[in-house]
Design a protein around this ligand. Structure first.
Ligand code: NDP
Length: 443
């Protein structure tokens, strides 16, 4: 990166030396925009704006006290990082996982700014959550936690201020409990959370949106690079929302999805998982089962990660950040026609370097998984209009927007030799819109 960006990055390194994940994503974005800002003769003032863009507008941290099934009071920490509102209300998911801390949420919030910008919708970037671990908790305990969490968060969010959604550990059930509490406290029926049930303002296809969007982006990428999707073999990691809908949609396109995984291991089915298999996995997981306990005809369970163990034409990392290492990536590039991030930053620094050096086609999460926030934006529009779109309308709009995101990546990411660097494309396209908005707002 050029000396001006390096100077800003060095300041951040000094100030936030303990926030490694946040610094990792900042470095990636700065390296991507390097050529763009140099070509556009950025002034000192412009560089300072980049520095300001890298600081969250607000970080809220709060105590969440809830009651477990034994009647004992439990305590967790809740957060909301309201990163950037230049383009619209803060928008981004809530994650409930023991790994949640300020570093992780700043990384996710920073990524979210550019992802939301790429959608072309009027959405700022934010992220939140708690170090609460929902695994093994009863429905009653989940409800108790969600209500306690909103009891504090409700005062910081609003339809024109901040509209959270789900993420790891937060699905339709949790959103329902949180929205229920919000309605009780405020006596207002406004779509302050997205990913709601359709009974009270949710959008058709929000649940499937991220996974479906991943596949629409892949479809565009495959087409632009003359790759036939039908007949490809794929490895998918994760078994949650993004992984399951990515897997299902891929099978609709004739792709053979051979794996799904959890934290311990993965299910391998050489003939390809069917929709029914995916449903079995999701249901079993909902009942608290590990992958090793799930029985699927024609499939076996293997320990560890699939990356080095399964050769495939395409890899979809849909679980969590830094789940793919440099060593994994070296194994993947031997076979991969392309690699797609369904999760946020699942390839670590070294893995991204390996993949990009090898010029393997690589779709970064901020572009490929933007389908979730896209349909969240559509849900906000429906709530504001007090009107529900049909499933077909939502799906068509999602597909259209994912295609446009792909086109932007190509526009900003194509090099002189015609190779498309989707990381650069996504970062530059996302950055340019936020930069311009901040400038015009006098920020
Ligand atoms: P879910 O909670 O539904 O599923 C998460 C999956 O990842 C589970 O299978 C979980 O395994 C696995 N996982 C979690 N932590 C780890 C870990 N440390 N190592 C290996 N596997 C792990 O989450 P989502 O599907 O919603 O989210 C997945 C990713 O996609 C995240 O990065 C999220 O930020 C991103 N994303 C999600 C969007 C959405 O709309 N939901 C939108 C855009 C991005 P286990 O069963 O063992 O818990």
């Amino acid at each position: 990166m050029n000396t001006e960006l390096q100077a800003i990055y060095s300041d951040l390194l000094e100030k936030h030396s303990h926030q490694k994940t946040f610094l990792q994503t900042v470095k990636e974005v700065y390296e991507s925009i390097d050529g763009y800002v140099t070509d556009h003769d950025f002034s000192d003032e412009d560089y300072h704006l980049i520095r300001r863009m890298t600081e969250p507008e607000r970080i809220i941290s709060f105590k969440v006290t809830w009651t477990d099934d034994e009647g004992k009071r439990q305590i967790n920490t809740g957060y909301r990082v309201q990163f950037n509102s230049a383009l619209g209300p803060y928008k981004g998911g809530l994650r409930f996982d023991p790994s949640v801390n300020e570093d992780v949420l700043k990384f996710l919030g920073f990524e979210q700014i550019f992802k939301n910008s790429l959608t072309g919708l009027r959405l700022g970037g934010g992220k939140g959550g708690s170090d609460f671990d929902p695994r093994g908790r009863s429905d009653n305990e989940i409800r108790s936690f969600c209500r306690a969490f909103i009891l504090e968060l409700y005062r910081h969010i609003g339809i024109e201020t901040d509209v959270p959604a789900g993420d790891i550990g937060v699905g339709g059930r949790e959103i329902g409990y949180m929205y229920g509490m919000y309605k009780e406290i405020t006596n207002r029926n406004e779509g302050v959370l997205t990913g709601k049930d359709e009974l009270f303002g949710g959008s058709c296809r929000r649940t499937e949106a991220t996974g479906n969007g991943v596949v629409y982006f892949t479809e565009a990428l495959a087409k632009a690079n003359n790759i036939e999707m039908k007949g490809l073999t794929a490895v998918v990691s994760g078994a949650g929302n993004v992984a399951s809908h990515t897997a299902k949609k891929l099978t609709d396109f004739g792709v053979k999805v051979m794996t799904m995984s959890d934290r311990c291991g993965f299910i391998f089915k050489e003939d390809g998982l069917t929709h029914k298999d995916v449903d079995t996995i999701v249901e079993a997981r909902g009942n608290g089962k590990n992958m090793s306990e799930i029985v699927i005809n024609g499939a076996v369970y293997k320990e560890g990660k699939p990356w080095q163990q399964v050769a495939a034409d395409a890899y979809f990392s849909c679980a969590t950040q830094n789940e793919v290492s440099g060593v994994d990536a070296r194994a993947m590039i031997k076979h991969a026609k392309f690699i797609v991030e369904g999760a946020n930053m699942p390839l670590d620094d070294e893995a991204v370097e390996v993949v990009r050096e090898n010029k393997t086609l690589f779709a970064p999460g901020k572009a490929a998984n933007a389908g979730g926030v896209t349909v969240s934006g559509i849900e906000m529009a429906q709530n504001a209009a007090h009107y529900a779109w049909s499933c077909e309308e939502v799906e068509a709009e999602l597909k259209k927007i994912m295609g446009k995101i792909h086109d932007q990546c190509v526009k900003y990411g194509k090099d002189k030799d015609g190779n498309i660097d989707y990381v650069n494309g996504a970062n530059i396209a996302g950055f340019a819109r936020v930069f311009e908005a901040m400038k015009k707002l006098g920020w």
